[in-house]
Design a protein around this ligand. Structure first.
Ligand SMILES: Cc1cc2nc3c(=O)[nH]c(=O)nc-3n(C[C@H](O)[C@H](O)[C@H](O)COP(=O)(O)OP(=O)(O)OC[C@H]3O[C@@H](n4cnc5c(N)ncnc54)[C@H](O)[C@@H]3O)c2cc1C
Length: 442
């Protein structure tokens, strides 16, 4: 079972028409709903399960600029501003705090890489530094084997994934959005290259504009519209401990260790490098697109042969819209956690941090990360279907950038000048011969 998420009750009435329908109630769908409602539109958000039931509640809770792909610099800089300003948008407690994030570096090559990254980020208004020696020890408080150096971004931080998207959804509702949970979008009705309506399991909503923010389900949804999104799924495991004292307050990434302090006093703990590729026919279909991403992460990847589920959702034939859809059959993706990875991480944590020797895992869960070939999201209009904006493929770092994505979606839907250059995020980059490659980790 996934972590317990702050509940958001569903609105009751399904409107007959809407200015814009948003499919997906994660961090991206909820922020899009909030910023669209603030611009005077009346969005209807459809979530097949509960708000933040999938990736948006299952993640580490890192809100980071550090080690971002340069194509995301402007978007994450603005997302940080939006996290800071949540209160001014009527959002309750998201748990956001600027506590800093540290990426350890133990080899000269890594340290040089981070120095270059710091220079590149500075050009986009992102301040970070490579720290060494005593400065590292101060960040890695209580560590018996601190690394010699690392990338330190003091303005990075964390938020609480089980609180953030629900709080944002409630703020969106207060500004006029309709929030429907347990209400899957089965598909779109179109005519002459335009959207006519969204068919939900509880009726049809007439609209000309749709935002697809469906996380790991987006590939399937687009496939039914004849659109190809190269997207694979990686299973990733997370856990939380009972309350602890001492140790670093910052988020720490050091090889197998990925930790952050939680608002409940515990730690969120994950193996920093282990992901499982959920093997499906798509791995063979998209093998060439993903080769650079898989090759750069290969040694940390395990293959999951048991992921029959995705063979089913991605390869099922298109269903008539008056029949039960795959989205209703699986309300919440809830994969099994991989405890073998966590055991190694807990062993390392206890060996290195005396205050964590008694730390006890009280819950573990997993989530499916939606990965694109260049590990950069798609936030884009679609050329062949007017009115459809896709916001997906956040490749393991969409929680932090989520509010920026929501704002960019609102720009694209309303025809405003995009607040950051959206070219890197266009869907067509995978089909126009650009062959974009990854420049960062998941
Ligand atoms: C283990 C793990 C750790 C991570 N750690 C971090 C981190 O520390 N920092 C970070 O920035 N990012 C992290 N991420 C990534 C981050 O969680 C995601 O990128 C982000 O949450 C994606 O948000 P989303 O709204 O696009 O998708 P999701 O949160 O997956 O939401 C999509 C929603 O769409 C709904 N949906 C799908 N199809 C339909 C349909 N047809 N009708 C109605 N609803 C539908 C789903 O039920 C789901 O709730 C992590 C992810 C995982 C899994």
């Amino acid at each position: 079972m996934g972590p317990q998420v702050d509940p958001v009750a569903s609105d009751i009435v399904v409107p007959k028409e809407a200015d814009v329908v948003i499919v997906g109630g994660g961090i991206v769908g909820t922020t899009a709903a909030l910023y669209l409602a603030e611009r005077g539109l009346k969005p209807v958000l459809l979530e097949k399960g509960h708000i933040a039931g999938e990736q948006s509640s299952r993640n580490w809770g890192w809100v980071r600029q550090a080690d971002r792909d340069p194509r995301e610099f402007d978007l994450i800089r603005e997302a940080m501003r939006l996290w800071r300003e949540m209160g001014a948008h009527g959002v309750g407690d998201t748990g956001f705090r600027e506590t800093g994030i540290f990426f350890a570096a133990r080899r000269a090559r890594e340290i040089d890489g981070y120095r270059n990254w710091v220079k590149a980020a500075a050009g986009h208004g992102i301040s970070a530094e490579v720290i060494e020696g005593e400065a590292v020890k101060a960040v890695m408080k209580d560590d018996l084997s601190p690394p010699p150096a690392g990338l330190w971004c003091a303005s990075d931080g964390r938020a609480e994934p089980q609180k953030a998207a629900p709080a944002i959804a409630l703020a969106a509702r207060a500004k006029g959005a309709v929030i429907l949970t347990d209400c899957a979008a089965r598909g779109l009705e179109t005519a002459a290259g335009e959207i006519v309506s969204v068919v939900t399991e509880r009726g049809t909503i007439r609209t000309k504009r749709v935002v697809l923010a469906a996380g790991a389900w987006s590939r399937r949804f687009l496939k039914d519209l004849g659109l190809t999104l190269p997207q694979l799924k990686m299973r990733s495991t997370v856990s939380r401990t009972a309350p602890v004292t001492g140790g670093p307050d910052a988020g720490i990434w050091d090889d197998v260790i990925g930790i952050r302090k939680r608002a409940d006093g515990g730690l969120t703990v994950a193996n920093g490098i282990a992901n499982v590729a959920a093997l499906t026919p798509d791995h063979f279909r998209f093998a060439l697109d993903f080769l650079p991403a898989l090759a750069s992460d290969w040694k940390h990847l395990s293959l999951g042969f048991g992921e029959r589920f995705f063979r089913d959702i991605d390869d099922w034939p298109t269903r008539p819209l008056d029949k039960v859809s795959p989205y209703e059959k699986t309300r919440v993706l809830d994969p099994k956690p991989d405890l073998r990875f966590l055991r190694r991480t807990m062993g390392e944590l206890k060996r290195r941090f005396p205050p964590f020797r008694e730390a006890r895992i009280v819950q573990a869960w997993a989530g499916f990360i939606d990965v694109t070939p260049d590990v950069v999201p798609v936030i884009s209009e679609t050329e062949s279907l007017a009115g459809l904006v896709v916001a997906t493929g956040f490749s393991g770092h969409g929680f932090g950038i989520g509010p920026g994505a929501g704002w960019l979606v609102a720009d694209l839907v309303t025809g405003a000048t995009p607040f950051v250059d959206p070219r890197h995020f266009r869907l067509s980059r995978f089909s126009d011969g650009s062959k974009p490659k990854p420049a960062s980790r998941l």
